[in-house]
Design a protein around this ligand. Structure first.
Ligand SMILES: Nc1nc2c(ncn2[C@@H]2O[C@H](COP(=O)(O)OP(=O)(O)OP(=O)(O)O)[C@@H](O)[C@H]2O)c(=O)[nH]1
Length: 431
């Protein structure tokens, strides 16, 4: 089964990678029993990094609380050890306690430091692992070294807590936790044995063995829950990405003409209004070039509607290739009518573009048997240019360009008419 983000070698790129990733995650989520085995190596790494980052954040956010708690425990146990050890064991137990306490402080400082310093983040897992191991061995061995039998017993309880902390809070992989827990138990046993310390082996087997068993069981359940939460988070991320893509796609579709992929009329109107406002502020000309395909009804009748669609696509593609300035726009205005919006362009500039359009459409040489003006598909073009002012508006500009198209049609089609030249009846393109 494909795992998100991990294509197999030689795989063709997927048409919908997000959809596939989503299905794969959903499948993992419902496949609770075998989930652990089915995390891919890449996903396993992501999960581990996620867990370590979470642990570092928790540690960073709680540094002060942990320090205060440790200080409080220190004062409390100091008094306790002093009370228990004074009569029988003199200063030895107190010195031992101080060693354990300072050792613990050192270990916790190392963990805190690696959580807080970004440069040390990648060492966080190792620091925690080593701290857990040293903490367990150190506390077990020094616990056995207390002369006072009370302290001996009390330290056993603390070791049990420490086992739980290792298994529950370390956020290390389950197998690493087992290695630390069992390894620390065996190391402690060897050190106690060869160090000549006294140890009730049955009691040790009970508390160390049971702590490991309990720890593994709890850690396994927590790991199971964390993996589920991790998958759900990733699923949400993917759904968010899908929604973003969908809304981008919707926005694109709402601006685009489906047949030619040019801007549609609505988007053209919006853009024209924006450019008109800019031109009004800057007192710059705005030009429109209306392009209407000649005798298109006969074209459809002769070649069929599908061929008609292809011809419109070809015209659209040509127009798109002719608008080169970033602020220029080619749009489909209606059926076989197109428009070019040319901000900051005067009459001469618009006329040059219109001539390019006419020539480019002629160069397509799309056969048109039904046309009465040419052997190939041709266009009639009307253009107008205005500097926005109090005596004109956007609709004046559109009407004038439209009038240019009608004039071109009336004059025999396959030609250009500029509105400002209409009164003198002269054509910018003498045909
Ligand atoms: N294939 C196709 N035809 C379309 C589309 N939109 C509009 N038309 C056709 O374009 C034709 C336009 O016809 P008319 O408005 O009479 O214009 P004309 O035949 O080009 O005549 P003149 O513009 O006067 O040269 C109609 O037959 C419409 O059905 C389209 O998306 N695809």
């Amino acid at each position: 089964m494909p795992i998100p983000g991990e294509p197999l070698p030689g795989d063709a790129p997927s048409a919908d990678p997000l959809g596939e990733a989503r299905s794969a995650l959903a499948e993992l989520l419902t496949d609770a029993g075998r989930r652990r085995k089915r995390f891919s190596p890449m996903m396993e790494r992501a999960y581990r990094e996620h867990m370590l980052a979470r642990a570092r954040n928790v540690m960073r956010a709680n540094t002060l609380r942990v320090a205060v708690f440790y200080l409080f425990i220190g004062i409390l146990t100091f008094e306790y050890v002093k009370m228990m050890s004074s009569t029988v064991t003199g200063n030895f137990d107190l010195i031992l306690w101080t060693g354990i306490y300072l050792g613990g402080a050192l270990v916790m400082s190392a963990v805190t430091l690696s959580a807080r310093k970004p440069a040390l983040h990648r060492w966080y897992g190792y620091t925690v692992g080593l701290s857990c191991y040293l903490g367990l061995v150190g506390l077990t061995v020094t616990g056995a070294a207390f002369l006072s039998p009370y302290l001996n017993q009390q330290s056993t309880y603390i070791v049990i807590y420490l086992y739980m902390i290792v298994y529950i809070l370390s956020t290390l992989p389950l197998l690493t936790n087992i290695a630390i827990g069992v390894g620390a138990s065996l190391t402690s046993l060897l050190l106690i044995h060869f160090g000549g310390l006294s140890l009730d082996i049955v009691m040790f087997a009970q508390y160390a063995g049971l702590s490991n068993v309990m720890g593994v069981a709890i850690a396994w359940m927590l790991d199971h829950r964390d993996r589920q939460a991790f998958l759900q988070e990733r699923l949400l991320d993917i759904e968010k990405q899908q929604l973003n893509l969908l809304s981008q796609e919707m926005a694109r579709l709402s601006r685009e003409d489906g047949l030619t992929t040019l801007a549609n009329r609505r988007y053209f109107n919006e853009t024209l209004a924006r450019e008109w406002a800019v031109a009004e502020r800057e007192q710059q000309p705005v030009s429109l070039v209306f392009v209407d395909v000649d005798h298109f009804k006969p074209y459809n009748d002769t070649y069929g509607h599908l061929e008609g669609d292809n011809a419109l696509r070809a015209v659209g593609k040509t127009l798109k290739s002719l608008v080169r300035r970033p602020s220029d726009m080619a749009a489909r205005y209606g059926g076989e009518e197109f428009v070019l919006l040319l901000p900051n362009t005067d009459q001469e500039g618009a006329m040059a573009v219109a001539q390019e359009v006419r020539d480019a459409i002629d160069a397509l040489q799309i056969p048109h048997r039904g046309s009465k003006v040419a052997k190939f598909l041709s266009v009639s073009i009307g253009l107008s240019t205005l500097v926005p002012g109090s005596d004109n508006s956007i609709s004046t500009l559109i009407d004038q360009a439209d009038e240019g198209v009608y004039a071109a049609k009336r004059a025999g089609r396959h030609r250009i008419r500029a509105f400002h030249l209409l009164k003198s009846r002269s054509s910018a393109h003498p045909e």
